[in-house]
Design a protein around this ligand. Structure first.
Ligand SMILES: Nc1ncnc2c1ncn2[C@@H]1O[C@H](COP(=O)(O)OP(=O)(O)O)[C@@H](O)[C@H]1O
Ligand SMILES: [Mg+2]
Length: 274
């Protein structure tokens, strides 16, 4: 099992923001991590990436605890793309992607032909070969997002943690990223955990879904099983129905757009009338 954790908990100060999170990620599995804003998705990914020390529980890669693993070794196994990654302004796309490869580069050997090829491949996969020499500040939000994805790909890790990788992308690139995720899992056996807001995209691309509500895991199963519950309505406090779209595809959640306002937009007038 590439990535596992059991009863993982994270607290900020006294506040528990992730409480007893379990995951058993299989090789080649795509796991969608969903939940309302603030439910703990990013926290869970950071803890899985070994970046925050859990209050309880531990994370293991192939049975080895990540907190005992040297950083470079961890980076050869696991690539993590944060929700809001940052890099020095003047950095170019090529430099960023090169940096993604650092864990493979021998301390005295430098970048070899295999590394150069991995970098070219990562740029090609994300359609950035033509923008390699641009600085990150000269890119659109979507292009920058793809540059970060490219850097994670250059790492050629067997576990990929992506925090909302399709945010800021237009629908065409959203589909491309999801397609890339799908091919990485199926063709290369990469195991992926991806926080994602679009429920229907999550349902159609993932093998399993983990649903978080206020730090607790309230569902862990396949999309069809989720569609058999009313959890989405409860957790996100919306009305909607799962509608079948094709025999072999999970149903789509059709959300009801409430046109009834729960509060009056008209500001009450003061007694003076003005
Ligand atoms: N560095 C931090 N310090 C204190 N609280 C934090 C920190 N990061 C996140 N939180 C809190 O933890 C909760 C979970 O946040 P997060 O994991 O970012 O949720 P999500 O990614 O699902 O929107 C939120 O209530 C958030 O305010
Ligand atoms: Mg988040």
């Amino acid at each position: 099992m590439p990535l596992t954790c059991s009863q993982l908990s994270v607290a900020y100060g006294r506040r528990m923001v992730l409480d007893g999170f379990d995951l058993a990620l299989e090789k080649g599995e795509i796991r969608a991590l969903i939940g309302p804003n603030g439910s703990g998705k990013s926290t869970a990914l950071q803890a899985l990436a070994g970046l925050i020390r859990p209050a309880a529980g531990s994370v293991a890669i192939d049975g080895r605890p990540v907190d005992a693993m040297p950083r470079r070794e961890l980076a050869r196994h696991l690539a993590y793309l944060p929700q809001q990654p940052t890099a020095p302004d003047e950095m170019t796309v090529a430099q960023l992607v090169r940096q993604g490869r650092f864990a493979h580069v021998g301390l005295f050997r430098g970048y070899g032909p295999d590394d150069e090829q991995a970098i070219r491949w990562a740029l090609e996969c994300t359609g950035l070969s033509g923008l390699a020499d641009r600085s990150l500040t000269e890119l659109s939000g979507g292009e920058r997002q793809r540059a970060w994805i490219s850097a994670a790909l250059a790492q050629e890790a067997q576990i990929l943690l992506l925090d909302e990788p399709t945010t800021f992308l237009d629908i065409g690139y959203q589909v491309e990223v999801l397609d890339l995720v799908y091919r990485l899992s199926r063709d290369r056996g990469v195991a992926i955990v991806m926080a994602i807001h679009d429920l229907n995209q999550a349902m159609s691309v993932c093998d399993r879904i983990s649903l978080l509500e206020r730090g607790s895991l309230v569902f862990d199963g396949d999309p069809h099983a989720l569609a058999g519950t009313s959890l989405i309505e409860q957790v996100f406090r919306v009305h909607g129905t799962f509608v079948p779209i094709a025999a072999d595809a999970p149903p789509h959640f059709d959300v009801e757009l409430a046109r009834r306002s729960s509060f009056a937009l008209q500001r009450p007038r003061t007694a003076s009338g003005r």
